[in-house]
Structure formats: structure tokens, C-alpha cells
Design a protein around this ligand. Sequence first.
Ligand SMILES: NC(=O)c1ccc[n+]([C@@H]2O[C@H](COP(=O)([O-])OP(=O)(O)OC[C@H]3O[C@@H](n4cnc5c(N)ncnc54)[C@H](O)[C@@H]3O)[C@@H](O)[C@H]2O)c1
Length: 339
Amino acid sequence: MSEAILVTGGAGYIGSHTVRQLARLGRKVVVLDSLVYGHRDAIVDPSVDFVEGEVGDRALLQALFEKHRFGAVIHFAAFTYVGESVTDPLKYYRNNTAEPLTLLEVMRDSGCKAFVFSSTCATYGVPDAIPITESNRQQPINPYGRSKLMMEWILKDCDTAWGLKSVCLRYFNASGSSADGLIGEDHNPETHLIPRVLMALTGEITHLEVFGTDYETPDGTCIRDYIHVEDLADAHGRAVDHLLSGGASLQCNLGTGVGVSVKEIIDAAQEVTGLEVPVKYGPRREGDPPRLVADPSLAAGVLGWTAAHKDVRDMLRPAWAWMTGPRKGRYANTPGSAP
Ligand SMILES: NC(=O)c1ccc[n+]([C@@H]2O[C@H](COP(=O)([O-])OP(=O)(O)OC[C@H]3O[C@@H](n4cnc5c(N)ncnc54)[C@H](O)[C@@H]3O)[C@@H](O)[C@H]2O)c1
């Protein structure tokens, strides 16, 4: 029996899909989530232990590490609202950078030396070149991105000092849901494009706002790299295997390498649902780079990972099934409040 994996933030969007996949593979998983934004109902596999608590709670972590001999930690827990990070940066540096220091200290003291970290393409800021390789300069343009980049630096220093091996996975735009529509994306407030397009179709919001139509892109709207949440989940399992088999620390992109514009997402959503998206086109929003597209070749070479879903319609279909399924895109206990 393999050692247990601690998953922080495992009741959140990407975490819950990863937890489900790990459990299906027979891995023993313990989720630690404060439920500040997560959902208890998103943990659907009965083999998973759920613990409600904070990443910065030293006594709780010590008790967990004593009880389970964790072979690895996957750290999703973080605040993720870029706009709020600008108005309340200390909240982000506290939760995303300072609180995990306690987790790392407890790992060091208990001899656990494998850490998979949810990093982000936001650490690149406005990229020098497209597609973005890992050697692109990391110059984040908001506190959220900086809170994540600092974690990458901290993890490198821990490797030098006490041999912590880490994989920093720089996700591009997570999207989609589980194929069976049982779990999905439920953020409150929701700021991501695909769920907002679908919310405009269900009437949960009156219309979709598009920020900027005059970018230097073929149709004038911003281009992003949308990566299916189940492909992200798969990469986390591979990252754990890489570390547990003695692999070196790694920082790599997780994207498809395919750029899709806002207008193309709207068109694809209309094709998948047969409905017309009510749209209002407005001016640019500050801080949105025109294009963010990954070069995912490093993850392919080192982890043997490539995205199985490259067509954005394959992300829209399950997301629409989740939005229109029995849960109507919302868990029973939806926490969160507009920041
Ligand atoms: N969603 C994306 O497109 C995307 C892109 C790049 C990076 N990321 C990163 O991936 C991770 C997961 O993102 P998500 O979209 O699933 O977010 P999410 O908000 O759905 O999940 C985060 C989870 O962490 C929990 N949490 C937050 N702070 C905590 C704390 N101090 N202690 C315990 N639990 C805590 C929340 O309750 C929530 O369940 C985050 O670190 C985010 O920065 C996400």
C-alpha cells in the first residue's frame, strides 16, 4: 500500500477533481480544507478522509502528520481572486505565502520531502514571447502572482537547505468538469470566462461582459490557453510519482499549447448548447495581457504528460452538463462572498 497523500484545498475546484482521480487509482488521500471557498460535497469518494482546518494550524498539521505517514503533499489551498489581491494584498501574502510556511516546517520536521505546488501562468506577468516556456522571465503584475512566485522561490531554498523536492505546476486556465457531471466548478463569486459564459446562458447573470475588442489578436479579444481540469488532475498524479521515484525538483507549464480567444469561446459555447450568449462588449480591463499560451513540452518530456483534451468544446460540454445537471452548477453548501 502506497503512503498517504495530504491534499490541501482538496475541496476546491481543481483539488476535488484531483482527489477523485487519485482515489480512483487506489491512493490513500487525506484532504485538509478550511471550506472558506471549498465544498464538502465535492469530496465524493468514501475512501477519502476529510479534515476541516487551516494550512497554518501547526497543532492540527502535527497531529495529521503523526497519524498518517504522508509520502507527499499536494498544495492547492490559496486565495485566487486577482482583483482582490490588488485591493487587499496582505490577505494574499498571508494565506498564499505565509501560512504554507507552517506546512513546510511540519513537513521538514516529520521528514516528508515531496511537495506538489499549484503555481500559475500569472507568475509570468506579460510574457516576452508566445508560446511561454518555463525560461520566460517571471515578472508577475499583481500580488496574487507574486504570492505564488514567492512560494516557488521558497521551495527552491528548501530543496537547497533540507532536500525538499517539489514540482511547481504552472497552470494556465483551468476549465471543464468531471465527465459524469457529479463534481464541477463552483466559485462564489465566479470570475472565470467559461462558467460566466454558461451562467449568461442559464440566466444566472444577465449577460457576459467582454473586456476589450481592440487587442492585437485576430478577432481583437484576449487569447488564453484553456486546460481541462481532468488533465490537470492527471498531471498531479504524475508529479507525485515523479517525486516518489526520486525525481528532481521541477517547474513546468500545464496547458494545451492552443490559444483560444474570448469570441471563439462564445462561438463554441453557442455551438455546444444551441443557445445564443447575451454579450456586452466593453473597454479593456487593466492588467489583462493580450495572449497567454503555454509551451507544454517540458511537462511532456519529464512527466510524460500531455493534455488529452485540446478542443475547447470538450471542456464546454461537461461544464454545461454540470451547470444544467442535478446540482445546477452549485453545491449545497456554497460558501464565499463577494470580495
Ligand atoms: N482555477 C484556475 O484556473 C487556476 C489557475 C492557476 C492556478 N490556480 C491555483 O490552483 C489552486 C486551486 O485553484 P481552484 O480554482 O481550485 O481554487 P478554489 O478556490 O476552488 O480552491 C482552493 C481551496 O483552498 C481552500 N483554502 C484556501 N485557503 C485555505 C487555507 N488557508 N487552509 C485550508 N484551505 C484553504 C478553499 O476553501 C478552497 O477549497 C489555487 O492555488 C490557485 O491559485 C488555479
